[in-house]
Design a protein around this ligand. Structure first.
Ligand SMILES: Cc1cc2nc3c(=O)[nH]c(=O)nc-3n(C[C@H](O)[C@H](O)[C@H](O)COP(=O)(O)O)c2cc1C
Length: 274
C-alpha cells in the first residue's frame, strides 16, 4: 500500500497537506492536481500526522494515520488568549504536598497529555518511570542526601557553595529539601544514543508539569535528584531503567497543599530585536 491516499471526491486542492508537511513528502504538480508522493518521500516521512490533521474535508489518509482515528479540534475548545496567559503565568513549582495520594488513573492522564509535547523529528522517545510509592520516593531522596554527604567529604568547596550541609542537616531533622515529601515522582528516560532525546525529555517534562496543573495537581522539577541520579551509581541502580536507556529528568508530583493567590514577578525578558 502506498504511503497515503487522497479521496478525489473530497480533496479541495487547498495544498495545505503539502505546505504543512515538514519533510517535503507530498507533491502537488499544479493547483488542480491531487497530492502525490514526492520522490524519496516515503523514506523522509516522520509520521507527524500533520497532513491528515490539517485536511478539513478528511480527504487525506496516511497508511498509519487515518482521519477517522483522530480527535476533532475546534477553536471553541481552546482557552481564550487571556485564560491561556493566566494559566501559563500562574503555574508554580509546588513544594508542599497533601498526604493524599494521586490515583493511578490521574497520573496516567497527566502522562497521556505530556505525550503531545514536541519531540525531535517526531521521535517521541520519552518513556516514563512512575514512582507511585511514597516510601520509595523518600528512599530515593535519602540516596540524594547520601550523595550530598559524600560530596561534603570529597568536594567540600562545591558542596559548601551549594549548601549541601544545610540540606543534609535538615534531612536529619525530618525536612526533605530533595523531594519535598511529594507522594510520587515521575522520571523521564529515553534510549541513550538517540539524537535530540535529551531536549525531547525536558520538553515532555515541561508539558507534564503544565498538565499536572491543569488537572488540579502540583509538580516540581527534581533538580537535585536529577544531578545525583546521573552521578551517584546507587540511584542509577535503584531506578533499574531498561537496558540502553538514559535518565533525563524527574518531577515530584501530588496534590498541592497551598493555593497561590498572586503571580510572582519575573525578570523583564532580555530581547535583541534585529
Ligand atoms: C531544571 C530545573 C531544576 C529544578 N530543580 C529544583 C529542585 O531540585 N528543587 C526545587 O525545589 N525546585 C527546583 N526547580 C524549580 C525552580 O526553583 C523554579 O522553577 C523557580 O524557582 C521558579 O518558580 P516557579 O516554577 O514557581 O515559577 C527546578 C527548576 C528547573 C527548571
Amino acid at each position: 500500500m502506498s504511503l497515503f491516499k487522497v479521496d478525489k471526491a473530497k480533496c479541495n486542492y487547498c495544498r495545505m497537506c503539502a505546505l504543512e508537511c515538514p519533510a517535503g513528502v507530498i507533491a502537488m504538480a499544479s493547483p488542480k492536481t491531487i497530492p502525490s508522493l514526492a520522490g524519496g518521500g516515503e523514506e523522509r516521512c516522520i509520521l507527524c500526522g500533520h497532513c491528515v490533521a490539517v485536511c478539513a474535508p478528511g480527504a487525506f489518509s496516511h497508511r498509519e494515520i487515518k482521519p477517522e482515528g483522530l480527535e476533532r479540534m475546534s477553536k471553541r475548545l481552546l482557552p481564550s488568549p487571556a485564560q491561556a496567559e493566566r494559566f501559563l503565568k500562574s503555574r508554580r513549582s509546588i513544594r508542599a504536598y497533601k498526604k493524599k495520594p494521586v490515583l493511578r488513573e490521574l497520573l496516567a492522564k497527566v502522562i497521556d497529555i505530556a505525550r503531545y509535547a514536541p519531540s525531535g523529528r517526531n521521535s517521541q522517545p520519552v518513556q516514563w518511570l512512575v514512582i507511585e510509592d511514597r516510601q520509595e520516593v523518600k528512599r530515593l531522596a535519602g540516596m540524594v542526601i547520601d550523595w550530598m554527604r559524600m560530596a561534603i567529604q570529597t568536594v567540600p568547596d562545591i558542596a559548601g557553595q551549594l549548601h549541601f550541609d544545610l540540606m543534609a542537616g535538615a534531612w536529619d531533622l525530618g525536612a526533605d529539601y530533595i523531594m519535598h515529601g511529594a507522594p510520587h515522582a515521575i522520571i523521564a528516560h529515553a534510549p541513550k544514543d538517540l539524537p535530540l532525546a535529551e531536549g525531547s525529555c525536558y520538553i515532555a517534562l515541561t508539558y507534564l508539569e503544565l498538565a499536572a496543573y491543569s488537572q488540579g495537581l502540583g509538580a516540581c522539577w527534581a533538580g537535585w535528584f536529577q544531578i545525583a541520579a546521573t552521578s551517584h551509581p546507587p540511584i542509577t541502580e535503584a531506578l533499574q531503567l531498561p537496558e540502553g536507556h538514559k535518565y533525563y529528568g524527574a518531577m515530584m508530583i501530588g496534590y498541592p497543599r497551598h493555593r497561590f493567590t498572586r503571580i510572582p514577578i519575573r525578570n523583564e525578558p532580555a530581547i535583541t530585536w534585529r
